[in-house]
Design a protein around this ligand. Structure first.
Ligand code: UDX
Ligand code: UDX
Length: 456
């Protein structure tokens, strides 16, 4: 029986390993993490991350061929294949601070793997890493005299949060990069065979190591760039009475462009887009490629512009003052169907509202606990309220920041009745029926669709 160990029981490692264990019953999967609380939570029905469908899959495989443990060394030692899925955040210090990836956890893992291994292993990079990281890892793994052979593969994960289980069950593709040597190709086939138990062979793409590493960064950069591109157009729509939804539909029907990732919004969030683009920028810079670096940096700059622009629209439409006004924020997660708030645009929006001395009430079905941690610096200006009706009670404005479907089904007449007048609604996700809201009496603002106002 093939034994797999995954280091890192996070948003990527947890769901991915649960799916492998569920689909491939002749492997044994152990997920290890240095965070004991996280490991303990994976063993209960109150999992450390919220992801639709995850609990069912975990329950099916847990104790059968899926295990969670804090014993990292034992996990590594027993395994034939070690996935490394630790976090690789943006560096906050030293050379490349604010741009480069912080690889300290990855390197620590490599050193640990080298130290405790007594048999040959395949090491799989699951975390998103700068191109050519595998080379550095191999140096660490094979430094000095070491009879054990490690074969490094790159197998980036393309799952999106909120749809992780669907993405894992029926992926557009599985990408595996390996060395073009006999042992590299053998390792690559071993991993491909595991995925082939449920993924059609023609969806399993194999490449060289460097292409695989770079493809993950490139995929995220392209996706983020689409959101920034349509957000740039949303500003122009507001100035010209064009409707960004209509523009997106018109260009999305062009099969060369396609309809996905053209939803204008307050901006993209999540743990990956910004981090990965900045990493790409840093890589370009370190190879002396100034213009490509600037090109990608602009995708992040545009995203920040969009967040700030939203707050400015709120401020200007509410008579240039929101001091002491109660503003109900609907949604704090970076997208619907997750409790994850990493790099959520809501963080910046709330901070900027607080700097204007607004009184903020944050509501979210899954992310209140994380929101509380993210906003400790402005905790004097923020309340938290699970119930959106209560959050909106007595408010001057509502700002929709996450596209939770719950927000589509609320009784907006009831909400309107309880609010200060004029009652403002800022739909940062263009997800509500703006005509119906206007009929109720709201002052409605959206992204790239103009306003619907009863005032003048
Ligand atoms: C992470 C990266 O951020 C992402 O770029 C990559 O593609 C996949 O891995 P995610 O799973 O969302 O994404 O990160 P996180 O939820 O923070 O999980 C990482 C886990 O690794 C944490 O639970 C942490 O405790 C664990 N870890 C970290 C270790 O077990 N050992 C370490 O040395 C460092
Ligand atoms: C992303 C990639 O999609 C995934 O392939 C990769 O593995 C990790 O990074 P994720 O961050 O989970 O996944 O979410 P995603 O669905 O890509 O959304 C990212 C952000 O863009 C969210 O804040 C979302 O609200 C925003 N977005 C997305 C838009 O504003 N408009 C769109 O049209 C699409």
């Amino acid at each position: 029986m093939t034994k797999i160990c995954c280091i890192g029981a996070g948003y990527v490692g947890g769901p991915t390993m649960a799916m492998i264990a569920r689909q491939c019953q002749d492997v044994q999967v152990t997920v290890v993490d240095i965070n004991a609380d996280r490991i303990a939570a994976w063993q209960t029905d109150d999992l450390p991350i919220y992801e639709p469908g995850l609990l069912e899959v975990v329950k099916e495989a847990r104790g059968r061929n899926l295990f969670f443990s804090t014993d990292v060394d034992q996990g590594i030692r027993d395994a034939d294949i070690v996935f490394v899925s630790v976090n690789t955040p943006t560096k906050t210090f030293g050379e490349g601070a604010g741009c480069a990836s912080d690889l300290q956890y990855w390197e620590l893992c490599a050193r640990r793997i080298k130290e405790v291994s007594t048999s040959d292993k395949i090491i799989v990079e699951k975390s998103t890493l700068p191109v050519r990281t595998a080379e550095a890892m191999e140096r660490v793994l094979h430094a000095g005299h070491n009879p054990v052979h490690f074969e490094v593969l790159s197998n980036p994960e393309f799952l999106a949060e909120g749809t992780a289980m669907e993405d894992l069950e029926a992926p557009d593709r599985v990408l595996i990069g390996g060395h073009e040597t006999p042992s590299g190709q053998k390792a690559l086939q071993t991993l491909a065979d595991i995925y082939a138990t449920w993924v059609p062979r023609d969806r399993i793409l194999t490449t060289n190591l460097w292409s695989s590493e770079l493809s993950k960064l490139t995929a995220n950069a392209f996706l983020a760039q689409r959101v920034s591109s349509i957000n740039a157009i949303s500003a122009l729509c507001e100035a010209t009475e064009a409707d960004v939804g209509e523009v997106a539909r018109a260009i999305g029907t062009d099969s060369r462009i396609g309809p996905k990732f053209l939803k204008a919004s307050i901006g993209f969030g999540g743990s990956c887009f910004k981090k990965d683009i900045l990493n790409l920028v840093y890589l370009c810079e370190s190879y002396g490629l100034k213009e490509p670096a600037e090109y990608w940096r602009q995708v992040v700059a545009l995203n920040e512009y969009q967040e700030t622009r939203f707050v400015k629209t709120m401020l200007h439409s509410m008579f240039n003052t929101i001091a002491n006004k109660r503003i109900a924020v609907f949604g704090f997660a970076f997208k619907a169907d997750t409790g994850d708030t990493r790099e959520s645009p809501s963080i910046k929006v709330c901070r900027e509202l607080a700097s204007e001395h607004a009184r903020i009430v944050v509501s979210d079905p899954q992310a209140i606990d994380n929101a509380r941690k993210d906003l400790t610096d402005i905790d004097g200006s923020v309340e938290f309220e699970l119930d959106p009706y209560k959050a909106a009670e007595g408010a001057h404005a509502i700002a929709i920041l996450t596209d939770w479907k719950e927000y589509r089904d609320l009784d907006y007449q009831r909400i309107f009745d309880g609010m200060q007048k004029p009652a403002f609604l800022f739909d940062g996700r263009n997800m509500l029926d703006h005509d119906a809201l206007y009929e109720i009496g709201f002052e409605v603002y959206s992204i790239g669709k103009g306003k619907k106002s009863h005032l003048n």
